[in-house]
Design a protein around this ligand. Sequence first.
Ligand code: CTP
Ligand code: CA
Length: 228
Amino acid sequence: TVQFFTPKLLAGHSLLLTAGPTREAIDPVRYISNHSSGKMGFAIAKAATDMGAEVTLICGPVNLATPAGVKRVDVISTRDMLEAVMSRVDNHDIFIGCAAVADYRVADVATDKIKKSSKDMQLALVRNPDILATVASHSPRPFTLGFAAETQDVERYAKDKLLRKKLDMIAANDVSNPELGFNADNNALKVIWAKGQKDLPPTDKQTLAGQLLAIVAERIAILKDDNK
Ligand code: CTP
Ligand code: CA
């Protein structure tokens, strides 16, 4: 596609962004993770750069090329991702949590490969920190946008996450449709903030990223005006 002109709606802003899955080790050869491809996050990184933002992308294990101009930091586990985010959050005025973060990690990671026995086995898991909620409760905090991957009651669960994590905005996607979300090239989003919402219908992730960031830019401008 030929783009003659992308309005620099995010000029002067710096975006910190998480993308991809996180991975939690079980032993030196095995791990727990999820189907996130990182495509949506990388599309947001590219769109934000095109719109004039400085972008730092903290990503889990993905197979994607870094968009030109984007600063990329690779991490593996949820706790690594949290550390990479919190050490940089003060240098950014927008945070977008696009990563599919592992909610649990293995309680005791084995130092050697676990051998099978004749018995069944159980794996003890402990809760991981919530990166998005940690950013949202940090002071001073950036404009904070989260994602909500849901398979049912999309709007209700997304609104619940918006309030519970004290976010400025949430972008919900219905991952029950295999054509959209997670590993797919297309996606659709229901974008919700305290005073309104907007549906972005199914399209390719790059177009969708631009539409989402246009809403972010508009909300940030309105918040700035409100504070005058
Ligand atoms: N998230 C995060 N850190 C976690 C878990 C989630 O930063 N430990 C972020 C994700 O990047 C996403 C948002 O929180 O922006 C929502 O993730 P999601 O998995 O949909 O929600 P959870 O709060 O983990 O709730 P659940 O998985 O039970 O639906
Ligand atoms: Ca989760």
